[in-house]
Design a binder for this molecule. Structure first.
Ligand code: SF4
Length: 197
């Protein structure tokens, strides 16, 4: 049996459908209707787990991105939300964390190492390999020159006071433990975390 619909009835049905969609967007529709819209927005996205970059609460995030890594595709993060499986935040993000997409896409965001040579006012881009080599070279030279085994009273101190270390809060407990071990084993006392900045 075929359904007979006149032209007038067809337009009425269309208008009713549009009204229903609009009502759904305004929050008057069943949860299922909203869930279906959300499903299509995120269909095919690559999901990457990460930790909020801002504070020491360390809330878990899900980053949704386009791009499959092929040569002509451009990776692009287009949606971020709380990770419901994260043991700390259980899917919650504060307004700052929920707006992290603005930070990710900010034109002023630093995304590669830069160096300003002594006496220069210009910053120049360098590779990560060069950056790590330079940091290691500077740390070694400074430690060799300034490491103190004893204080002025002859007490054993084994300390290195002329270099400090700023770590990140967005790490796992294991990473934080290893970072602490390395820094203290080098004798560095000035050790802090970006979450307090
Ligand atoms: S979402 Fe908010 S509370 Fe959680 S780590 Fe980020 S800034 Fe801190």
């Amino acid at each position: 049996m075929t359904l007979q619909v006149t032209r007038r009835q067809f337009f009425k049905l269309g208008a009713a459908g549009m009204a229903t969609s609009s009502m759904a967007m305004m929050g008057f529709a069943p949860d299922a209707a909203q869930a279906s819209i959300r499903h299509f927005k995120l269909t095919g996205a690559k999901i990457t787990r990460n930790i909020c970059t801002y504070c020491s609460v360390g809330c878990g995030m899900l980053l949704y991105s386009r791009g499959d890594g092929s040569i002509n595709s451009t990776d692009d993060i287009y949606h971020v939300e709380g990770d419901p499986d994260h043991p700390v935040s259980r899917g919650s993000l504060c307004p700052k964390g929920a707006g992290v997409l603005d930070f990710i896409k900010s034109e002023s965001r630093l995304s590669h190492p830069e160096v300003r040579e002594p006496g220069s006012s210009e910053w120049k881009r360098i590779s990560w390999d060069d950056a790590l080599d330079r940091i290691a070279r500077h740390m070694k030279d400074d430690r060799d020159a300034n490491f103190e085994t004893h204080d002025e009273n002859g007490n054993l101190v084994n300390r290195w006071l002329s270099t400090g270390f700023l770590a990140a809060s967005a790490t796992t407990n294991e990473t934080a433990y290893l970072t602490h071990k390395i820094v203290r084993n080098l004798g560095i006392l000035s050790f802090d975390n970006q979450a307090r900045v």
